[in-house]
Write a protein that binds this ligand. Structure first.
Ligand SMILES: [Cu+2]
Length: 67
């Protein structure tokens, strides 16, 4: 399953890396593709294992806004 999250606050590659690390550490995440220019984060995940709420929380915990 793939989804694209709208994430605000990313300003550079460092922010992308921060988001990537945060999302990767969540259960069931297969791949993460942040794009700060588009304010988007594409997440591929295993529906049976991943919790989108937890993924969103991991991103907001790094100081970015989801939604
Ligand atoms: Cu940055």
């Amino acid at each position: 399953m793939k989804t694209v999250l709208s994430v605000k606050g990313m300003k550079c590659g460092g922010c992308e890396a921060s988001v990537r690390e945060a999302v990767k550490s969540c259960a069931g995440v297969i791949s993460v593709q942040p794009n700060f220019r588009e304010n988007q984060v594409e997440v591929e995940y295993d529906e049976g294992k991943a919790d989108l709420q937890a993924i969103s929380s991991a991103i907001t915990a790094k100081g970015f806004q989801v939604g």
